[in-house]
Design a protein around this ligand. Sequence first.
Ligand code: UDP
Ligand code: UDP
Length: 454
Amino acid sequence: MENQKGHVLVLPYPAQGHINPLLQFAKRLASKGLRATLATTHYTIGSIKAERVHVEPISDGFDEGGYKQAPSTQAYVESFRRVGSKTLSELISKSYETEHPVNCIVYDSLLPWALDVAKTFGIYAAVLLTNSASVCSLFWYIHQGRLTSPLCPDALPIVLPGLPLLEFSDLPSFLAYPESQSAYLALIMEKFARLEENDWVFCNSFEELEAELVKALFGIWPLAMVGPLVPSAYVDRQIDGDTSYGGSLWNPTSDQCSRWLDKRPLGSVIYVSFGSMGNISSDQVEEIAFGLKATNKHFIWVLKDFEHKLKSPIQFLDSIQNRGLVVEWCDQLEVLAHRAVGCFVTHCGWNSTLEGLSLGMPMVGVPLWSDQATNAKFLEEKWRVGLRARKGEQGTVTREEVEMCVREVVEGERSEEFKKNALNWKDRAKRAVSKGGSSDKNLGEFVAKIREGG
Ligand code: UDP
Ligand code: UDP
């Protein structure tokens, strides 16, 4: 179908929460007949499955082990900027010797230097923001000087156009605890300082989901929503529909999950996952474990390094018998799309939040860091698809709180309302990316421009 001009290079940051949406973006370009190449690091390239999307390696300077091989986040980020710029440039130069010269780079929020590469070649540049537009607007407000990081003590609660009132516990950690995120925060602020220099600013969200923000910033902030970047095969529960795409960095134990789920009644299982980063404390794991146990419900829990995170892992597994399954990694969408799953206990990473909404899942938010607290607030107060768990005095969510939230969402007074709202969001999400929907239109306009060449 690649019968027209235009070739887009899509550049993800090599972490799971970034590869997934950018690969999906590339796939949608390909399904609109555009040539799309995903350029990813040597360390991650072996994980990418893609049929119509071309895949090429670039280097971050740590070809053997990726960021884990780097002495620090700062060192990794600097190396990626230096070596990445060089290898990305080589890739573009090489394309000029073929019939498919690259004329646009779509790069991840965490790779702001790609803009300079695009400028050197005089080609289009587009950034794809992988957080919600509401969270991104906070960065933008910092850049505008309407908010400071670190926060002024008298800035709370935060009141800004298009956003609900934000208390300290609602804030992303780049605002609440900026010292813990300095390397990434610097990168993100670098990008926001130069947002206007991009030809497009895309966001993995959809207009209906963040309508107030879109309205408040209309005409001020040139943001094009193109999400949710969630494969539609799962949304339609045709999970055999399209397995030719994927970029899982770990091997899923999906067969085991599916077989286990096949034997459970409709909507009876709680799916529990805290994302790909593994940054959950042992104390928190202990509380989750006993909270889940106390619900008396079936559950699948994704937890890397389970044996070391829980004090008595064997006794715990014995005590829940076949009511719970703990796995290192699964195909999350396949599990969420399974008919037996009825509730998602999530850390509220932005991808997981969008996946839950896209699949119509009632949710319990247990945010850990980054933008998760803000997403959890929205889940409860704005989208009204579930509850967020509150931290206790020790700074962890207690087992009682876990049990209470799960019970309320699954069988409490408002459980039917949560279910209904979740299904409504599923519908709206699907409409946004279907032919003529808001996100599809934005994508279509981009594709038309790229096809003109230039
Ligand atoms: N599609 C579309 N706009 C979108 C996403 C998908 O028109 O934003 C169409 C696409 O062209 C194809 C169908 O929906 O005809 C299914 O898309 P595909 O499975 O290739 O991608 P996905 O929907 O999973 O992104
Ligand atoms: N994921 C998965 N299997 C798992 C856990 C997570 O496939 O066992 C995927 C999940 O579907 C999502 C991504 O990993 O697309 C995690 O991204 P998110 O933004 O939710 O969280 P992060 O890992 O960035 O904290």
